[in-house]
Ligand binder design. Structure first.
Ligand SMILES: Nc1nc2c(c(=O)[nH]1)N[C@H]1C(S)=C(S)[C@@H](COP(=O)(O)OP(=O)(O)OC[C@H]3O[C@@H](n4cnc5c(=O)[nH]c(N)nc54)[C@H](O)[C@@H]3O)O[C@H]1N2
Ligand SMILES: Nc1nc2c(c(=O)[nH]1)N[C@H]1C(S)=C(S)[C@@H](COP(=O)(O)OP(=O)(O)OC[C@H]3O[C@@H](n4cnc5c(=O)[nH]c(N)nc54)[C@H](O)[C@@H]3O)O[C@H]1N2
Ligand code: SF4
Ligand SMILES: [Mo]
Length: 715
């Protein structure tokens, strides 16, 4: 490990060393400097010389509390007590015995009866091992991997392929004149992107934010649209109508690169005529009635989009996690396609990044195996096509053998009892699995069900490779091998090590470089021309001479079946679905008159970090915000514990009143757990309301009621 030695004799004369690295705890991957002393990580600071190093958040500053946490798992554990028992009676065992047990049980069940799970690479450091985990699943031959995608990145990285053949890419912040942030809050969730947004604003770029909640970025925006949760498709179609009526579409781009001027396959006029007809159902007054977005605000947003070119946009979980997420995404994507800015300077682009090898082994999965992926029959255009399944489908297979039995599960992190909907059979399924193994840092509510619990090193204790840092071309050309800055506790090992060890014992050594991780890394890096030795000698990373070629419309080849942007989606039409996006209001539910939605906070990623004292101090208890009319109708004062109820469940949180929320709305934090009462947002949904194409769960816009409760459980 190369370190810059900074001798600061102040403390006990033990030299401190400052090691350039990056924080891998979330998608932002902020460049930083770790300070170690006497074998301990004592601090993390931003590294302004790194392309994503201008700022770090409190989670990185709290890294020493994660690395040196007394509750970290330090040895493999096997359960001795019945599943479902709150005390698993875990007993330590050696890595040899643990790996032998895992390989023996997975082999006994075979690939069809074994599923895998992986936590999110955007909210954890599992990105280090993500490709290798996929390689293991594919080499073993299992069709099923539980992953967060349907509620996470599906609607930004994959669903837009229905419209233009690829994901949304990245705003070209350096040249854009207008940024449209739709249901994404980078100030809380992607610091390096927030830095670029502020820089673009300082340059004079306009900002439009679409979010029910007045986030910090919404406050700084030129226009803030505040729809009731779950109504985004109506807002987007309303904007499409404004552009088509009042000008602002790039007709030359559309005629060259899209099917806008094709005859509509099922009737009169062109595709664009049919889109105009559809959008005409959403004049500004109707949008206000359906969504709460004021007519004037909608028009102002449309004027900026029409007048400030080039326009770029970003969206993430706000437009996902809806019952009609595919329609919402398609409506936003079509709106963006109308501007003609896709793939051009200042628009949304795909930056060139270090061309590491794809090691996931996708082509090892034959068509018959893939056809067995749970959910494939119903959602062939969704995540199952990549082998990614939901826990709803997994648990049905485990408990009801529908459509066939699954008996073993091997999970790399993830806390799906908290982060997926609380579906029927969840605990029953985990309790009835013949074998459930998980790699983890802590004993979580999900891990309590494990037969075998394997201690994972945290990102600060292992190497990790990041090929591209996403937010700008300079950042995306950056290649870095993160050095470990502390020793893992006890016998904890990296997920990559666990994958390789397991693979060898499963007889898959030939597909895993004989178990040699350095040889595997050399293969991964080969196309970049940069060696692992060079990267180890340069812990701050290297900048590859990469550039983006930006020519309007021509950057991506529009990998749709027709090779053009599909405003009219043939893929959806072929499956009997509406080829144009639509918004249909749900009938009101008098027993659940309010609309519930959620979002993330700076202090935590999902269900993690509640046990880190400095973070918990910052955000001590689950909170929800009530629109003033909700608080008044139920006579709830700020600071009261409340019970939020839906048709399928509920949870508790401490209320505050947010004067800026749309009428009838409740916004709540998610990811909380407690043994005393349900603090988990996801207990409010049983997972049966989901987008029919992607399986995305309706976490946003859930009909609910709320009432004050006597006293909440102790925080
Ligand atoms: N209501 C609601 N539900 C949501 C969301 C929402 O906004 N609202 N967001 C959704 C989204 S976007 C996502 S991505 C999912 C996330 O869902 P999950 O992937 O389940 O996310 P976490 O709760 O962060 O669980 C991560 C677990 O992995 C462990 N872990 C962390 N790092 C590592 C590591 O390097 N190795 C190993 N082996 N384990 C590790 C942590 O200790 C933690 O227990 O939740 C989704 N669910
Ligand atoms: N601190 C922190 N950072 C994270 C994570 C984390 O858990 N914590 N997770 C990482 C992961 S895995 C992901 S996927 C990203 C997600 O990053 P984001 O998408 O930015 O995350 P969220 O806060 O879930 O949602 C964004 C916004 O959507 C708004 N919203 C809620 N309902 C609706 C709606 O119906 N319509 C619209 N338009 N907006 C709505 C919320 O108010 C919120 O401000 O963040 C990553 N970074
Ligand atoms: S935003 Fe915070 S947690 Fe995420 S990478 Fe940056 S410093 Fe780490
Ligand atoms: Mo996510």
């Amino acid at each position: 490990m190369i370190a810059l030695d900074v001798h600061d004799g102040a403390t006990l004369g033990v030299p401190r060393r400052t090691i350039p690295t990056y924080c891998a705890l979330c998608i932002s991957r902020c460049g930083c400097l770790a300070t170690v002393q006497d074998g301990r990580l004592i601090g993390v600071e931003p590294d302004p010389d790194h392309p994503t190093g201008r700022a770090i958040c409190i989670k990185a500053r709290a890294a020493p509390e994660l690395v040196h946490h007394p509750d970290r798992l330090t040895t493999p554990l096997v359960r001795t007590r019945p599943k479902g028992d709150i005390n698993p009676g875990f007993r330590p065992l050696s890595w040899d015995d643990a790996l032998a047990m895992a390989s023996e049980r997975l082999t006994a069940h075979g690939p069809a009866a074994t599923a895998f799970a992986v936590t999110t690479p955007s909210g954890t450091a599992i990105a280090d091992s993500f490709g290798w985990i996929h390689r293991l699943v594919h080499a073993f031959g299992s069709p099923n991997l539980v992953f967060a995608t349907e509620n996470c990145n599906w609607h930004k990285d994959f669903a837009p392929a229905l419209t233009w053949g690829s994901g949304i890419g990245m705003p070209d912040f350096a040249q854009t004149r207008c940024m449209l942030l739709w249901g994404v809050n980078p100030a809380n969730t992607w610091l390096a992107m927030a830095v670029e947004i502020h820089a673009a604003q300082r340059r004079g770029a306009k900002l439009i934010v679409v979010d029910p909640r007045r986030t910090g970025l919404a406050r700084a925006a030129d226009v803030w649209l505040s729809p009731r949760p779950g109504t985004d498709a109506a807002v987007a179609l309303g904007l499409v109508h404004q552009l088509l009526e009042h000008g602002g579409t790039d007709t030359e781009f559309l005629s060259r690169y899209s099917n806008a001027y094709d005859p509509a396959p099922d009737g009169s006029g062109t595709v664009l005529d049919r889109l105009a007809e559809r959008a005409a159902r959403f004049p500004a007054s109707e949008v206000e009635r359906l969504t709460g977005v004021r007519e004037n605000d909608l028009r102002r947003a449309a004027d900026i989009i029409a007048g400030e070119r080039p326009v770029s946009f970003f969206t993430w979980t706000g437009t996902c996690q809806q019952e009609s997420a595919t329609d919402a995404t398609r409506a936003v994507n079509i709106l963006y396609a109308l501007t003609g800015c896709l793939g051009s300077p200042g628009g949304n682009v795909t930056f060139a990044k270090p061309g590491v090898a794809d090691i996931a082994g996708w082509d090892w999965v034959d068509a018959d195996t893939r056809a067995k992926t749970l959910g494939m029959a119903n959602r062939p255009l969704g995540p199952p096509a990549h082998g990614w399944i939901t826990t709803r489908d997994l648990f049905r297979a485990v408990v009801q053998h529908d459509p066939y039995p699954i008996r073993a599960l091997f999970a790399f992190g993830g806390n799906f009892l908290l982060t997926k909907p609380v579906t029927a059979h969840a605990e029953e399924a985990l309790a009835s699995l013949d074998f459930f193994a998980q790699t983890e840092l802590f004993v979580t509510p999900t891990a309590r069900f494990a037969d075998l619990l394997l201690p994972a090193a945290s990102c600060w204790e292992r190497e990790g490779l990041q090929a591209g840092f996403a937010v700008t071309q300079a950042a995306d050309a950056h290649l870095q091998l993160r050095p470990p800055v502390a020793a893992p506790p006890g016998a904890a090992r990296s997920d990559t090590w666990i994958v390789f060890q397991l693979a060898v014992r499963l007889g898959l050594a030939d597909r895993f470089f004989g178990g040699d991780i350095d040889a595997a890394m050399a293969h991964l890096l080969a196309p970049t021309g940069v060696s692992i030795e060079t990267l180890r000698a340069n812990p701050r990373g290297v900048d590859l001479p990469l550039a983006t070629s930006l020519r309007q419309g021509e950057q991506s080849r529009f990998r749709t079946p027709s090779g053009r942007i599909e405003i009219w989606s043939h893929a959806l039409a072929e499956r009997g679905r509406d080829p144009l996006p639509n918004y249909v209001a749900r009938p009101p539910d008098p027993l659940h008159p309010f609309l519930l939605t959620c979002g993330k906070v700076v202090a935590y990623c999902h269900s993690q970090q509640r046990n880190q004292p400095s973070l918990r101090k910052r955000s001590p208890r689950p909170e929800c915000e009530l629109a003033p009319d909700v608080a008044a109708a139920r006579n709830i004062a700020a600071g009261t514990w409340v019970d939020i109820r839906t048709t399928s469940g509920g949870f508790r949180a401490v209320a505050s009143v947010n004067m800026q929320l749309p009428a009838g709305t409740i916004w709540a934090q998610y990811g909380w757990w407690s043994d005393e009462a349900s603090w988990s947002y996801n207990s409010s949904t049983d997972g049966e309301a989901f987008d029919p194409v992607s399986g995305s769960n309706a976490f946003h816009g859930v009909a609910c009621d709320v009432q004050a409760v006597e006293a909440g459980p102790a925080a």
